[in-house]
Design a protein around this ligand. Sequence first.
Ligand code: SF4
Ligand code: SF4
Length: 113
Amino acid sequence: MTYVVAEPCIGVKDHACVDVCPVDCFYEGKDQILIHPDECIDCGACEPECPVDAIFAADAVPAQWESYTAKNAEPFQGGQELPKSQKKADWEADKETEGTLANTYYKEYPPKG
Ligand code: SF4
Ligand code: SF4
């Protein structure tokens, strides 16, 4: 099995989950953070850390976000390499720096309010 990041991450992406993952299996998706399904060891540590309850065990993803299981997995098929996610402190520090992943992200995906 694996854990899956669903829709509530979009516009938040605060990287709190990254800090607790023992195997560093979070990656930068365009609109949300993603879990590599072959690297996740199902420890569950990230799930309670998410402030917007975006993380679910694959067998517990709510029906309206069912498609997010494939959304997390597909970018890792076919040899595509996504950037590894930064720890929360580094992500926060980068937010105000033009051209960084964090800076660009919030311009494109501002908080939903
Ligand atoms: S803690 Fe939740 S909102 Fe923050 S990056 Fe991880 S999945 Fe996204
Ligand atoms: S369940 Fe554990 S191994 Fe999988 S992404 Fe979350 S913290 Fe990492």
